[in-house]
Structures are given as structure tokens and as C-alpha cells.
Design a protein around this ligand. Structure first.
Ligand SMILES: [Zn+2]
Length: 96
């Protein structure tokens, strides 16, 4: 997706790098869809889907970047999305 589209839909942005589109609670899981800017194609954002088990540090995620597809493991976009999500949850807690 183009980052400017992701920015329009975002409920939370971390700088101009990470855009969180939605966060939902699904049973014991927190489910979050984010878009993280590519380092090489700066107008493009990769979709990152994260599932975090509530009350634990356990998480699973996937990213649509070539690096993740090739290695099948966590890439830097996934890490960035996780950092942004943590910030977002902190703010949400403060305002409720
Ligand atoms: Zn990635």
C-alpha cells in the first residue's frame, strides 16, 4: 500500500514510519494491523499483522516484505510495528 493511503486510515502513527490501522481484541489475543514504510521504496508501506497474547510477551506476526517471505522470520518492520503498538496501547490506557 502507498504510505499516504495508510496515513489517511491510521488510528495512530509513529513518526512517518509506522501507521496502525486497527487494533482489536479477539479472545485472549490482541490483533493489530499496521503499515510500515519501506527503506528502499519510500512511498510504499508493508502490511504487518501482529497477534499478541494478552498478559504475556508472546506474539506472532507476519509482514508482506520480501525479507520476511525469504527468511520466514521476524523482520525490522515487524519489530517497528510492535514498538508503535506498545506506544499506542500506553496512550490508550492513559486516556481511558
Ligand atoms: Zn518486513
Amino acid at each position: 500500500m502507498l504510505c499516504r493511503e495508510a496515513a489517511k486510515r491510521a488510528v495512530f502513527a509513529l513518526g512517518q514510519e509506522v501507521f496502525i490501522e486497527r487494533v482489536e481484541r479477539r479472545g485472549p489475543w490482541l490483533y493489530a494491523v499496521s503499515y510500515v514504510r519501506s527503506e528502499t521504496r519510500r512511498d510504499v508501506c508493508y502490511q504487518v499483522v501482529l497477534k499478541i497474547k494478552l498478559g504475556t510477551r508472546y506474539f506472532v506476526g507476519r509482514c508482506e516484505c520480501p525479507d520476511f517471505k525469504f527468511r520466514g522470520g521476524p523482520c525490522k518492520h515487524l519489530v517497528r510495528a510492535k514498538v508503535a503498538l506498545r506506544q499506542y496501547l500506553k496512550l490508550a490506557k492513559r486516556s481511558s
